[in-house]
Design a protein around this ligand. Structure first.
Ligand SMILES: NC(=O)c1ccc[n+]([C@@H]2O[C@H](COP(=O)([O-])OP(=O)(O)OC[C@H]3O[C@@H](n4cnc5c(N)ncnc54)[C@H](O)[C@@H]3O)[C@@H](O)[C@H]2O)c1
Length: 360
């Protein structure tokens, strides 16, 4: 059987760490093309992965004409996602776009419409859904074991964790700071676990008071004048069913322990913390009339379609390739990724105006 030809646009951190690494090794896929505006990055990525036959491009529009490319991965700065994804769909390619799907809900809608018109698949790189802890929590929710979930927290606080490579501090390329970086992951996890993608309103604050404090950052220091985005953001989302979702996100904040890419859910029957005390899942409930804590054994968590030995990035790839080969719906529905974008875009608007932003 012919292998699916992958073309990777953006050969930076995630392009190489996740996509080139994985799609160059799967039995059903091969990386046939690499594109980066910085040609040396595409060359280095090809060399590192031993891709001697891959074609290299600096202009993604040329790569989209390549008939060997069946599937495009969009792994460039956030503000470019929508235009490239739309062009890729129009060129007849399936598209996996990195998170956040887009920095405007209208752009995310354009992406969905373009994929539909082309009759091609579209998904978004929310791989942390496929952590054992996240899959377990989702299953608890599906079985109704938490009862009605009326409060959730999307944790994205790093004590120190400012990305100093690429364009994360450039508002024109990244769309903003931490709210477009870590927050999409933890918000996606939370909404997916709750199975609730109907936001009613959001109220938010953002801060940039730590941008002159690079000491202690594991990814190196920066110049204060280059840091032109928020370093933390806090939002309160009200869902249509009345549930409250709190978003806490920071690249650097003076807390004892960071909690990132994590969710907490509280329902009428029980609550659950992901990575409580730095590992696994903690179920908080009443047992025999007394508050009790359960720490379930999560090995292995079996989720439909996923072999338990794969890491979350490989699981994302497994589900994505199966979706294309078997003409199935993508495991990360782009309509759900659009809602993540809609809430975060609303959060920025609320922070800018100081008011509540309502949806629909
Ligand atoms: N899923 C995850 O966990 C995860 C992790 C990190 C980053 N990301 C997302 O991936 C995207 C890239 O992040 P990164 O950390 O890899 O950044 P990066 O700066 O390391 O890589 C981006 C690459 O895109 C290239 N590029 C820029 N404009 C381009 C264009 N027009 N055409 C082709 N190439 C272009 C740059 O030269 C660079 O090599 C961002 O949207 C980010 O949010 C996702």
């Amino acid at each position: 059987m012919k292998k699916l030809g992958f073309g990777i646009i953006g050969c930076g951190w995630i392009g190489t760490l996740k996509h080139i690494r994985i799609y160059s090794r799967m039995a059903e896929t091969e990386v046939v093309a690499l594109c980066d505006i910085d040609r040396s990055k595409a060359e280095a990525a090809a060399r590192q992965a031993g891709l001697t036959d891959a074609r290299l491009y600096v202009d993604y529009r040329e790569m989209l004409q390549d008939p060997k490319v069946d599937v495009v991965v969009v792994a460039v700065p956030n503000a470019l996602h929508a235009d490239i994804a739309v062009a890729a769909s129009a060129a007849g390619k399936h598209v996996l776009c990195e998170k956040p799907m887009a920095t405007r809900a209208t752009d995310a809608r354009r992406m969905i419409d373009a994929a539909k018109t082309a009759g091609k698949k579209l998904t978004v790189g929310f791989q942390w859904r496929w952590r054992p802890e996240a899959m377990y929590i989702r299953q608890l929710c599906e079985r109704g074991e938490l009862g009605d979930i009326y409060f959730a927290k999307a944790h994205g606080l790093r004590r120190r964790g400012v990305p100093t490579w690429g364009s994360y501090m450039d508002p024109d390329k990244n769309g903003g700071g931490i709210l477009w970086d870590g927050a999409p992951h933890s918000l996606d996890l939370t909404l997916w676990a709750m199975d609730n993608h109907k936001p009613k309103s959001v109220y938010a604050n953002v801060h940039d008071l730590m941008r002159d404090k690079p000491e202690g950052n594991p990814w190196g220091i920066w110049r204060t004048e280059d840091f032109r985005v928020e370093d933390s953001g806090f939002a309160l989302v009200t869902m249509e069913n009345g549930a409250t979702v709190s978003i806490e996100a920071a690249w650097l904040i003076n807390i004892a322990e960071g909690q990132d890419m994590k969710t907490t859910l509280c329902g009428t029957k029980a609550g659950v913390d992901m990575f409580a005390d730095n590992g696994g899942v903690r179920l908080n409930l009443i047992h025999d009339g007394k508050p009790a804590i359960l720490r379930p054994d999560l090995s292995p968590v079996v989720f439909p379609g996923i072999p338990p030995e794969l890491d979350p990035m490989q699981q994302e790839a497994r589900l994505w390739v199966d979706c294309i080969l078997h003409d199935a719906p993508p495991a990360v529905d782009p309509e759900q990724a659009l809602v993540v974008t809609q809430i975060l875009e609303g959060a920025y608007e609320s922070a800018r105006t100081g008011g509540l932003v309502t949806f629909r």
